[in-house]
Design a protein around this ligand. Structure first.
Ligand code: PCA
Length: 329
């Protein structure tokens, strides 16, 4: 240990002797908590983003990714960034609808059920979400949609009536409300804990993407996945507002460039991961198929109720967002 320190300080002295000056900057280290498993496409994308920033700023800003909720659990990441416990991180904003209902815009049933529609919805939402985040001392760098959301069960389900009494894992207010309106019992569980929850029977169903079911190997406990294409929720990479203000203009440009690349790359990954993970669920032994007509029509009725409730909660901001989106059709 002593030896290493001595060697390092010798190396540093040699570097200064060679260049004639101490390094012009002190490298800043940013920790970037992410809630989902290291092998998840959002996490892999985040690692590429971090490398882009570290190399683009020539080490002036070094970002270390902490996936799988290892530094902060998903629900705590946003607050950790806001309060400066970490400099940057990723969070599913629809998990914070209790702070501002507008954060739930990306989880409204059947409003924007494809990648194209979801892209337009984001365009309509962007100015509003960015300004709410700025007020919370958060600067948005990029976001990436999850693949379309479908229903996982451990039995065949053909109608909303078949869902009664099932223990349902939720990941935000919308998913909990969906459970209530379909007669299920919601329990909030982070994606990273899902396989354990299914294995122990704490939950026996969820709405999510093929991606999360695949990452969590849910075929070990569940049997059916119904493609519903209910919505495409988004993960947002945000930096603490004060930290962002302290970044030089040159580095802001580099980080923004890396963020734009990550947004495009993440979207491509999300699209290709959709089919890949459906195939993976099938290989694991699950039945993967579109939801039947009766189930879909029951879910649409529930979706209408949820849309009305969201519009009431989100007020003029929510209505303006939906109007702007509809004007793009
Ligand atoms: N996976 C995350 C959010 C949406 C998704 O597809 C989850 O299940 O927690």
């Amino acid at each position: 240990m002593k030896m290493t320190t001595k060697l390092m300080s010798c190396a540093a002295t040699a570097a200064i002797a060679l260049t004639g000056a101490a390094p012009a900057f002190a490298a800043e280290k940013w920790d970037m908590p992410m809630a989902y498993s290291a092998s998840n496409f959002h996490s892999e994308n985040g690692v590429e983003f971090a490398q882009c920033v570290t190399s683009g700023t020539q080490g002036e800003i070094e970002i270390t990714v902490h996936p799988g909720g290892s530094l902060f659990a998903g629900a705590d990441i946003k607050r950790a960034i806001q309060t400066g416990q970490v400099q940057i991180g990723e969070r599913l904003l629809s998990g914070h609808q209790n702070e501002d209902a507008v954060f739930g815009f990306d989880s409204i049933p059947f409003l924007a059920p494809s990648f194209d529609a979801s892209g337009k919805l984001w365009e309509a939402a962007k100015p509003k979400i960015e300004s709410v985040l700025e007020e919370q001392n958060l600067h948005l760098l990029y976001n990436v949609p999850w693949p379309p959301q479908g229903l996982y069960f451990k039995k065949e389900v053909n109608s909303v009536a078949d869902m009664a009494g099932i223990k349902f894992r939720s990941y935000n207010n919308t998913t909990a409300r969906l459970a209530e309106l379909t007669g299920m019992a919601p329990v909030t569980i982070e994606a990273a804990e899902v396989s354990q929850a299914f294995a122990t029977g704490v939950a026996e169903s969820m709405i999510s993407s093929g991606a999360t079911g695949y990452d969590q190997k849910v075929w070990e406990s569940l049997t059916h996945y119904y493609e519903v294409d209910a919505w495409l929720p988004r993960n947002y990479i945000m930096v603490n507002g004060d930290v962002w203000k302290g970044v030089s203009d040159a580095n802001k440009g580099i980080i923004t460039g890396c963020a734009d690349e990550a947004a495009a790359r993440g979207l491509d990954k999300s699209k290709s991961y959709t089919q890949f993970t459906y195939d993976g669920l099938r290989e694991g032994g699950m039945i993967v198929q579109p939801a039947g007509d009766e189930l879909m029509s029951g879910l649409r009725t529930v979706g209408d109720t949820m849309t009305t409730e969201w519009l009431e909660a989100a007020g003029v901001n929510g209505q303006a967002l939906v109007d702007d989106y509809k004007a793009m059709q």
